[in-house]
Write a protein that binds this ligand. Structure first.
Ligand code: NAD
Length: 299
């Protein structure tokens, strides 16, 4: 067991991932810009650091879980960046969902310093993170993947080695484009059923067991009251923010432009999430797209 882990970024996802590592017996030193987030991790047994660099200086493995590429580039390469702060041999694992280009660029800079770095974005949502049921999509060298595997086993149910640096991010980008489309389509279908007098739970159950079945229906129903532990039943909080989904759909659209690949449904989903965000819902869970489609009558 690698003993010392520095965990940077204790948000909706990072906090439960860190909690599972602590429960499994790992010694964690944590850092987040939000004091309350650190206090909660410390209450579970983590050590608090004054900065990301201080958290990482004695670590065997650094795990980061930040919002976007600019945060990750700054964390590793900015002033007091971790690439200069960590000891030789430290493994770097970034679990944030970011653009593949930044992931490759930071991994290459790490490589120039003799450090191994993995991009290891996750899927499974906040409940998946709490339950240790995430899926990791990993890019990097096989040896480094093997070294990180015990941690993936604690925080997740499965992992895939997608290819070299950046490949995990490409897989995640494609998955989340599909998720944005699926969540929008699922919301559209339930709204139509409800407008026709069907009970949202009944129609969800039917579609789950018919050819429209999908992840949103199985574990993340967007209609309030259908699923007790889904964000929709909790005022669309917490969960996976609209602005984070918008970021991911933007990554997919950038890539589709660069590669000349047609992604009309991804483009439509990005536009809908953009309007939803601009209507003041950027901080709500992404399943709240149902309310945009309904016309915000009661949401
Ligand atoms: P979040 O906004 O809840 O958490 C991000 C955390 O990072 C915050 O606590 C913030 O204070 C901290 N932070 C930002 N900059 C920092 C810095 N320089 N140093 C230290 N801490 C810093 O976001 P989240 O929902 O936990 O998502 C994190 C990443 O995981 C994103 O890339 C997101 O796209 C991805 N993701 C989220 C979900 C989900 O369901 N929420 C699922 C899969 C993947």
């Amino acid at each position: 067991m690698a003993n010392k882990i520095a965990f940077i970024g204790l948000g909706n996802m990072g906090a439960p991932m860190a909690a599972n590592l602590i429960k499994a017996g790992y010694a964690l030193t944590v850092f987040d810009l939000v004091e309350q987030a650190m206090a909660e991790a410390v209450a579970l047994g983590a050590e608090r650091a004054e900065s990301a660099a201080a958290a990482a200086e004695h670590a065997d493995i650094v795990i980061s879980m930040l919002p976007a590429g600019k945060h990750v580039a700054t964390l590793y390469q900015g002033e007091n960046g971790l690439l200069n702060a960590v000891a030789a041999g430290t493994l770097l694992v970034d679990c944030s969902t970011i653009d593949a280009e930044t992931a490759r660029q930071v991994a290459a800079a790490a490589g120039e310093r003799g450090l191994s770095m993995l991009d290891a974005p996750v899927s499974g949502g906040v409940n998946g993170a709490k339950a240790g049921g995430l899926t990791f999509m990993v890019g990097g060298e096989a040896e480094a993947v093997e070294q990180a595997r015990p941690l993936f086993d604690v925080m997740g149910k499965t992992y895939f080695h997608a290819g070299p640096a950046g490949a995990g991010q490409v897989a995640k980008m494609c998955n989340n484009m599909l998720l944005g489309i699926l969540m929008t389509g699922t919301s559209e279908a339930i709204n139509l059923a409800v407008a026709n007098g069907l009970d949202p739970s009944v129609v969800s159950d039917i579609m789950k067991n018919a050819s429209g079945g999908n992840w949103a229906l199985n574990v993340y129903n967007p209609y309030p009251g259908v699923m007790d532990n889904a964000p929709a039943s909790n005022g669309y909080k917490p969960g996976f923010g609209v602005d984070l989904m918008l970021k991911d759909l933007g990554l997919a659209m950038d890539s589709s432009l660069k590669k000349g690949v047609a992604t009309p449904l991804g483009s439509m989903a990005r536009n809908l999430y953009s309007v939803h965000s601009q209507s003041g819902h950027g901080g709500d869970d992404f399943s709240s797209i149902l309310n945009l489609l309904k016309g915000y009558t009661d949401g």
